[in-house]
Ligand binder design. Structure first.
Ligand SMILES: [Zn+2]
Length: 143
C-alpha cells in the first residue's frame, strides 16, 4: 500500500483537516506526492512570478492557515503526463464525493482543471493540474 513520505506528510499537515482526511484516504490507493500545502509570502510570490499561480501573496488559498488548498501529483512525478494527472484528479474527485456523501467530509473539493465544478474542461482559462481546494460556498446575493 502506498504511503506519504515525511516531506509530503509535513506539507499535508499545514492543510485544512478536510484536505488531510481526503488525501490520507487517497494515498491508500493511488501513490502521490504533496507539492505544497501552506505557502508563505516568499513561496507564494515565487509561484506567481514562476507562472504557477495567478495571484500574489496573500490572495491564494495556499496562504490561509490552515491552507485551504493543496498541490498533489501522482508519484512518480511526470510533469508532462497530463493524462495520468487527469486520471488522478478524477480519482480524487470521486473519493471526495464519496467521503462527503458518507459524512466523513463536510467540504466539497474543486480541482485546478475544473474551477467552476461543472465537469466541463473546455471552459478553463488556466489549468493548474496539481491544485485542489476547498470549494467555497456560492455567495448568493438577494436584492
Ligand atoms: Zn495550488
Amino acid at each position: 500500500m502506498p504511503h506519504f513520505s515525511k516531506s509530503s506528510l509535513k506539507k499535508l499537515k499545514t492543510c485544512d483537516p478536510e484536505l488531510q482526511t481526503l488525501f490520507n484516504y487517497v494515498i491508500k490507493f493511488f501513490d502521490c506526492k504533496i507539492i505544497y500545502g501552506y505557502r508563505g509570502e516568499k513561496a507564494q510570490n515565487a509561484a506567481f512570478y514562476g507562472g504557477f499561480s495567478t495571484v500574489k501573496w496573500p490572495y491564494s488559498n495556499h496562504n490561509k492557515q490552515p491552507s485551504q488548498a493543496v498541490d498533489v501529483i501522482p508519484w512518480p512525478i511526470q510533469w508532462n503526463n497530463t493524462d495520468r494527472m487527469r486520471y488522478f484528479i478524477g480519482f480524487v474527485k470521486g473519493v471526495a464525493q464519496m467521503l462527503h456523501d458518507y459524512g466523513a467530509m463536510e467540504a466539497e473539493i474543486t480541482s485546478g482543471i475544473d474551477w467552476d465544478n461543472d465537469t466541463v474542461l473546455s471552459d478553463q482559462r488556466f489549468n493548474d493540474f496539481p491544485h485542489f481546494e476547498i470549494k467555497k460556498a456560492i455567495n448568493i446575493q438577494i436584492r
